[in-house]
Design a protein around this ligand. Structure first.
Ligand code: ATP
Length: 386
């Protein structure tokens, strides 16, 4: 990421809304979006299908017109600018290579059409990008003689030679098999480090978002749910949606009725006593809350206590390092990740602990976080921050 003194805003969405006229009425694909992407930053737009990620990217590319608000690139409003006049380069999921052109011609083409750069400069850029991507040996081939991963590299190369202010990437790895996707993820990160160009990257895959993003913008129903670092979104989700979307397997939620006098949340088969601090955050009134706990924070308990529940094991998924237990607590399904060394069978009754320093609570009506788990920074080595 760029250092503080050289940081400026590469891209800004300022109150951006996009409405489409659909046959069955207006669709608000993007709803009053505010996001500033810093210079050199890798920002991931993530969310479920239909949440407005692609539209958000297409508004930046100039492939859609904003209905309200401003899109800025390098502090200039670009609402009215044509895609070719915006200082961007886009990489799509389907590569969009010209089948009859060689790799080299594919990489040169955009520059030849959109710029009046001299031939030798174009050649230099293509050679450099091909070297960076390890595709120098493939420059004379046509796309149909390339593997999926190689095609994706050519598509990246074509974007790199533009030397744009911003890279726009729409699910660029989703056509690759799982192993290659993981490799390309690392390669893309290294490339980003090398080039230092701001990148807006769209994916529905929360693992990609977590592993690649300097920051993540989580969208749902066209609205920004949270903008933060991967660890902020993971440990300090602002609402139940983000808590459930980021992390795999997902956070467990238990819908409880909170009794303010006793400080206990109850549901069928559950009595969970909140700590004094948590009670202060929950307030003086009875309310509905969702207790949140991540699978890796659930523990098997030998004895019952204020933070334990009884459960029945429905399914055991042995993963080697861990066992994923799918259990029923009252009438709620809960997933617990416990040590792979335990030999647990389905149908077994177990006692689970939801350690109180690792639970979250979300408002039963709005889903807003009431409190998040404590993140310990005490034992961190020098120079490591959360
Ligand atoms: P996916 O991951 O499935 O690609 P997405 O998050 O990228 O989804 P968008 O493609 O941005 O979502 O779509 C957001 C919403 O806008 C959806 O409800 C979609 O149906 C609607 N939408 C997108 N384009 C149009 C259009 N041209 N006309 C009408 N509605 C549209």
């Amino acid at each position: 990421m760029a250092s503080a003194e050289e940081t400026h805003t590469a891209v800004e969405y300022d109150g951006v809304t996009k409405r489409f006229d659909a046959d069955d009425g207006d669709v608000i694909a993007v709803d009053d979006l505010d996001i500033a992407v810093r210079d050199g930053e890798f920002l991931v737009l993530v969310g479920p299908s239909g949440c407005g990620k692609s539209t958000t990217l297409r508004l930046l590319a100039g492939l859609e017109e904003v209905s309200d608000g401003d899109v800025r690139i390098s502090d200039t409003v670009v609402n009215e600018e044509k895609p070719k006049d915006r200082d961007i380069a886009m990489v799509f999921q389907n590569y969009a290579l010209y089948p009859h052109k060689t790799v080299e011609e594919n990489m040169r083409f955009g520059l030849e059409m959109a710029t009046d750069l001299p031939d030798d400069e174009i050649g230099r850029r293509v050679e450099e990008a091909a070297g960076m991507l390890g595709i120098t040996d493939l420059l004379d081939r046509r796309p149909d003689a390339l593997s999926g991963g190689q095609k994706q590299r050519v598509a990246l190369g074509r974007a790199i030679v533009r030397e744009p202010e911003v890279f726009l990437m729409d699910e660029p790895l989703s056509n690759l098999d799982a192993k290659l996707r993981t490799e390309m993820r690392t390669e893309l990160q290294q490339l980003h480090e090398q080039l230092g160009v701001a990148t807006v990257y769209v994916t529905h895959d929360q693992t990609e978002a977590m592993t690649m993003g300097d920051r993540i913008a989580v969208l749902n129903d066209g609205q920004l749910q949270q903008l933060g670092t991967p660890l902020e979104c993971y440990h300090e989700p602002e609402n139940r949606f983000v808590a459930g979307f980021i992390g795999s397997p997902s956070m467990n939620f238990l819908d409880l009725s909170y009794d303010a006098r006793s400080g206990v949340g109850t549901a069928d088969g559950i009595e969970y006593a909140f700590t004094d601090r948590q009670q202060t955050r929950l307030g003086d009134h009875d309310r509905d809350v969702a207790l949140g706990i991540r699978p890796e924070d659930v523990e098997l308990a030998a004895e019952s206590g204020p933070d334990t529940v009884e459960a029945t094991v429905d399914v055991v998924e042995p993963m080697g390092r861990e066992n994923l237990l799918h259990v029923t607590v009252g009438d709620t399904d809960v997933v617990a990740s416990v040590s792979g060394e335990y030999d647990i069978e389905f149908g077994q009754r177990v006692r689970l602990r939801f350690p109180r320093d690792r639970t979250h609570a979300f408002d039963g009506d709005t889903g807003a976080a009431v409190f998040n788990r404590a993140v310990s920074t005490e034992s961190l080595p020098e120079g490591v921050t959360l």
